[in-house]
Structure formats: structure tokens, C-alpha cells
Write a protein that binds this ligand. Structure first.
Ligand code: FES
Length: 86
């Protein structure tokens, strides 16, 4: 999953550290109503959208796996994927 805020791009593996399920297993949504947080729909673990650290729920003490992101000026390169910068 990729989160873009202006020129800041953050990417995480879509796998919850609690039980290994994709965060959007049931409803296709990742974001909480609180700014800056991601939620796993399986058992409601909440993660910081910038660091991936678990903020609450059954993922406590563990975090999302963050993927390396680089820009070549035209594209964002995310662990072998290339996404247009616009
Ligand atoms: S698998 Fe994500 S909270 Fe359980």
C-alpha cells in the first residue's frame, strides 16, 4: 500500500503483523477517520501511517513492514514497482 502526501510517499507491505492478513481483507479500506492512521479490518489493529508502528489493538509491539521508496524525478520507485509521480 502506498500513501502520498504531496511530495512525501510512504509504502508498506499490505500484511498485518498480528496474523498476517492483508489490512483491507474485508472492506477494501485502510484509513481510519483519524488523520495519519491505518487500520487492519481483520481485528482492528491501528498503525501510524508514516512509521508503520502499531498504535493500538492486537498488533501492539509490532509494526508494518516499510518498503524503500525512491524518486527519479518522474516516477516513484517502490521495491521494484514504478509509479508515475503525477
Ligand atoms: S490480522 Fe490484522 S489485526 Fe489481526
Amino acid at each position: 500500500m502506498v500513501i502520498r502526501r504531496g511530495d512525501e510517499v510512504t509504502a508498506f507491505e499490505n500484511r498485518c503483523p498480528h496474523a498476517g492478513w492483508p489490512l483491507d481483507t474485508f472492506d477494501g479500506r485502510f484509513l481510519t477517520t483519524e488523520a495519519g492512521a491505518l487500520i487492519c479490518a481483520a481485528h482492528m489493529a491501528v498503525f501510524d501511517a508514516r512509521s508503520g508502528a502499531c498504535l493500538g489493538g492486537p498488533g501492539q509491539g509490532r509494526g508494518l513492514t516499510r518498503l524503500a521508496v525512491q524518486s527519479d524525478g518522474e516516477r516513484w520507485l517502490i521495491s521494484g514497482l514504478a509509479l508515475a509521480a503525477e
